[in-house]
Design a protein around this ligand. Structure first.
Ligand code: AHR
Length: 496
């Protein structure tokens, strides 16, 4: 395959700080995510509230900073009032997105308590299907108000004195999709989103609002950004330096039957992020938004490897992940690190049982292959994103779908770099090749180097049920120019 690849990290060139919110999660009322996943009353693995403690421990291990809730598509017919108060009085409702019945035994207060146990911030998505602005304002008041008003008092009556102070609120989910109970158009959605944003921020100016985008590459994204990214004509509480919209949400799932194409597919997200960032710039220029107004970032609030056709489970959502998928997740995370300048938040879809690295059964929890790259990145790839130059032969095979190939070049080594708060440089390297180890030459500072390597026998390997950590560790003394061999189909974190 030609000459050896080289990796050069420019430690003086900081791209941007990596937001800790890059490592967020998502729990939707879908399949076994909530019921039988995070909430399983009566199970010996659950606490007195019915929360599965093994799930909480696993998410704490990942240092999950934020969790999106309650959907996803589910939210389009969700009425939050159904899910608060005494459980025996909560109504059962037909659930239209996933065609089930919602018992409402898990609702807002349960989610907030659960987030506190995980140590994560809640991120709530508003119902832009059958919901009303009144309901949304009521939910905001219930969660965030300390006043002597109806919904704040309802929260107190339900046992919670202090407000939850929910900072992140999404203005709907995938409202552009034909599968939605109520599908919208860019102009109808923009009008609604902007009016709701104004009312929500009048009630609580401290919140951050997230606009509903598509995949970042669409005319939907272009139009809604153009309509909504502007400075409010009235000036929010007289403040003309703020915009009502703080982030723009985009979603993308990747997958391919071909193991290698599957791993490189997430590089399409890199292009989506760059284009979205350009569309945000364009909207700001066209609407005369002053550069002193902080630029809206991207909230990548659904991302993962998902093929609903191949995945088992009633909803095609209980993915059984292979090493190829784990390496794809590592490429996804490399993209977020490289594009740190544009990422305000990223939440993997989803956190438990549904398209998830964590699978529960009544008797335990299984950490799938894709759990391990999340853990490695969350532990090591923090701080500042650093510029890194990779010179490696390119993968020339087929990729499906074709737009992935059009999106980007695909070197055999996919790399990102970060300098953490302790001054360590951390390099994340995915060797995409199914059959070739790559010897590289790098310059490093004098000192101890550590490596963490995730690999397995073949690309189709799945994680063993024994829960034993499959990551190999090594430590050695190094100085100046070193040679390092990245094994075929592996993820390596080098720390120096
Ligand atoms: O994450 C699963 C589903 O995928 C979500 O409910 C929806 O937003 C997306 O289409």
């Amino acid at each position: 395959m030609g000459k050896n690849p080289t990796i050069t990290v420019d430690a003086d060139y900081v791209i941007a700080p990596i937001t800790p919110l890059t490592y967020g999660g998502f729990t939707e009322h879908m399949g076994r995510c909530i019921y039988g996943g995070i909430y399983d009353p009566g199970n010996s693995l659950s606490d007195a509230n019915g929360f599965r403690t093994d799930v909480i421990e696993a998410l704490k291990e990942l240092k999950t900073p934020v969790v999106r809730y309650p959907g996803g598509n589910f939210v389009a017919t969700y009425h939050w009032l159904d899910g608060v108060g005494p459980k025996e009085h909560r109504p059962k409702r037909p659930e239209l997105a996933w065609q089930g019945v919602e018992s409402n035994q898990f609702g807002t207060d349960e989610f907030m308590q659960w987030c506190e146990l995980v140590g994560a911030e809640p991120y709530l998505c508003l119902n832009f299907g059958t919901g009303t602005l009144d309901e949304a304002l009521g939910w905001l008041e219930y969660c965030n108000s300390s006043a002597d008003t109806y919904y704040a008092n309802l929260r107190r009556k339900n046992g919670r004195e202090n407000p939850y102070n929910v900072k992140y609120w999404a203005l709907g989910n995938e409202v552009w999709g034909p599968w939605q109970v109520l599908q919208s158009t860019p102009s109808a959605y923009s009008h609604q989103a902007y009016q709701w944003a104004k009312a929500l921020k009048l009630q609580d100016p401290s919140i951050k609002l997230i606009l509903c985008g598509k995949d970042g590459l669409s005319s939907w994204d272009h139009q809604v950004l153009k309509e909504c990214v502007k400075v409010d004509a009235h000036g929010l509480n007289g403040d003309l330096t703020r915009s009502l919209i703080d982030m723009h949400s985009i979603h993308l799932y990747t997958a391919s039957q071909d193991y290698v194409a599957n791993i490189v597919a997430p590089r399409a997200a890199e292009r989506a992020i760059q284009i979205t960032s350009g569309l945000i710039d364009l909207a700001r220029i066209e609407n005369g938004v002053s550069p002193s107004v902080p630029k809206q970032k991207i909230c990548f609030d659904e991302w993962n490897v998902w093929d609903p056709v191949r995945a088992p489970g009633e909803l095609g959502a209980e993915e059984k992940y292979t090493l190829s998928d784990a390496l794809a997740v590592a490429v996804w995370l490399n993209v977020f690190i490289r594009q740190a300048a544009h990422i305000g938040m990223a939440t993997i879809a989803q956190s438990v049982n549904v398209i998830s690295p964590l699978m529960t059964s009544p008797t335990g929890i299984h950490k799938q292959m894709t759990w391990w790259p999340l853990k490695l990145f969350s532990e090591h790839m923090r701080g500042d994103s650093l510029a890194v130059h990779v010179c490696a032969p390119a993968y020339e095979g087929s990729t499906t779908p074709a737009w992935i190939r059009a999106a980007t070049d695909t070197p055999w080594l996919d790399v990102s770099a970060a300098r953490d708060d302790d001054g360590f440089t951390n390099l994340a390297v995915v060797n995409v090749s199914p059959d070739e180890d790559f010897q590289t030459v790098m310059n490093v500072r004098e000192g101890y180097m550590r490596s963490f390597t995730l690999t397995a026998e073949g690309m189709g390997s799945v994680a063993k049920e024994d829960g034993i950590d499959p990551i190999k560790h090594d430590t050695w003394y190094a100085k100046g120019q070193i040679e390092y061999l990245f094994p075929r189909h592996s993820l390596t974190i080098l720390k120096f």
